[in-house]
Each structure stands twice: as structure tokens, then as C-alpha cells.
Design a protein around this ligand. Sequence first.
Ligand SMILES: Cc1cc2nc3c(=O)[nH]c(=O)nc-3n(C[C@H](O)[C@H](O)[C@H](O)COP(=O)(O)OP(=O)(O)OC[C@H]3O[C@@H](n4cnc5c(N)ncnc54)[C@H](O)[C@@H]3O)c2cc1C
Length: 220
Amino acid sequence: MVHRVRILEAENVTHDVRRFRFEKPAGYAFEPGQATDVMIDRAGWREKKRPFTFTCLRDRDYLEFTIKIYSDHDGVTNQLGGLGAGDHLLIEDPWGTIQYKGKGIFIAGGAGITPFIAILRDLAEKSEIEGNQLFFANKTERDIILRDTWEKMRGLGHVFVTDDGSGGFPSSRIDKAFLERHVRDFGQHFYVCGPDRMVADLKATLKELGAEPDALVFEK
Ligand SMILES: Cc1cc2nc3c(=O)[nH]c(=O)nc-3n(C[C@H](O)[C@H](O)[C@H](O)COP(=O)(O)OP(=O)(O)OC[C@H]3O[C@@H](n4cnc5c(N)ncnc54)[C@H](O)[C@@H]3O)c2cc1C
């Protein structure tokens, strides 16, 4: 079913990532980690469906997406970058992507953090965050989505890495050597989301180390 929803507010959370809050249709419910197909309700754009993940807590009276805007070509996210309060989106019913199965390590690259925003917020709200860890890789310090949230989430271990070492973070990649250095137990859950190359490499590496990751490819 398609729902027409009004954007309530839109604001930047990094230089190229925008948070959209919009109306929640009556009875609409999602699980943390779920996504849906989204279209812009404008001529020429209604046929262009793209998946985005809900990032707010479930009990809020609005819905939220956190979206990386690619302004280098005139795709859907570039158009989304120009939308604000009063504009409309068309959203379908929610469907599953990554679901929380128990304590573990969340590994995200860039906008691949979005399913973990909902899952980790939900765990923090239920006081069940303790023992979970976030490894978050970005190109530069200014690309870190919701850095404050992760740093302040008590009980969540976090390790940031940046490609260029900005922010004083290690410039190492999240690879075998990194994992061997930061992980003691490969029998716990691993959740991986990011660009396809990163996800493919990490799936193979984690398997080699004895883990069974849940993984989701986000960007090409
Ligand atoms: C299940 C799922 C959930 C997702 N949830 C989120 C989310 O919550 N937040 C989020 O930010 N993203 C999310 N994504 C990714 C998001 O769907 C894509 O980033 C989005 O569809 C891109 O749409 P687009 O029309 O702007 O780009 P598209 O035209 O679809 O292009 C996609 C990719 O190709 C590149 N590209 C294509 N054409 C060009 C060109 N001409 N020049 C330069 N680059 C080009 C873009 O840089 C981009 O990486 C999710 C993906 C999946 C599969």
C-alpha cells in the first residue's frame, strides 16, 4: 500500500546527509532496521522508487529518514536535498533488512549506519545497549553521521576510523588486522552495512575468523 505523507521538517545532520521527519500514517508500524520504498510526490519522480530506512524510535508520532544526498547527479537523493516542510513523499509498507538478534558488533560504512540508528536507539531506550559495539568507517571526520549520539550512548563501545585520519581517528580500514585487534569473541553477532565492496570484504573476512555476519549492501 502506498501512503502519501507530508514532510514536517528537514535539516542537515552532516554536510551531505539530511534528516527528514514526516507524517506517520494511522496504524503504520515498523521494526528497528526496517526500510521501505520511497518516491517523491512530484511529476517525473513518482516512478523512481528508492529504499530508505526508518531511523526514529517506533513510539514517535512522526516517521524519520536519514538520507545521504548525492548531488553529483540528478537522482532521487539530489531531488530530496531540495525538499522541505510541506512537500510530500510516497512511502510503501515497511520491509525487513537487518534485524537485531542479540548483542554484538555493528560495522557500518558511511550511510550504512542508518539501520543501526534505529536498532541502537531502540536498545538504548530499552536499557539493553550494554555490551554492544559500533565500528564506524567514514571518509573524513565530517562524514560521521550522529557522532554525538554514538559518543554519548552509555554502554555502547565505539571505534571510529576515517580514511584520511581526520579527527585524530585511526586511518586503518576495518579489515582482518583491525578485527583481530578489536574483537575478542568471534562467536557473537556481527551486523554489517555499507558500500558493496566493504560488505563483501568483511563478510569473507568475518567468515574466515569464525563469525556468521548479517550483512546488507547499501551503495554501489
Ligand atoms: C535496503 C536499503 C535501505 C537503504 N536505506 C538508506 C537510508 O536510510 N539512507 C540513505 O542515505 N541511503 C539508504 N540506502 C541507499 C539509497 O537507497 C541510495 O543511496 C539511493 O537509492 C540513491 O538514489 P539516487 O537516485 O540518488 O542515486 P542512484 O541514481 O540510484 O545512484 C546510486 C549510486 O550510484 C552513483 N551514481 C549513479 N549515477 C551517477 C552519476 N551519473 N554520477 C555520479 N554518481 C552516480 C551514486 O553516487 C550512488 O552511489 C538504502 C539502500 C538499501 C538497499
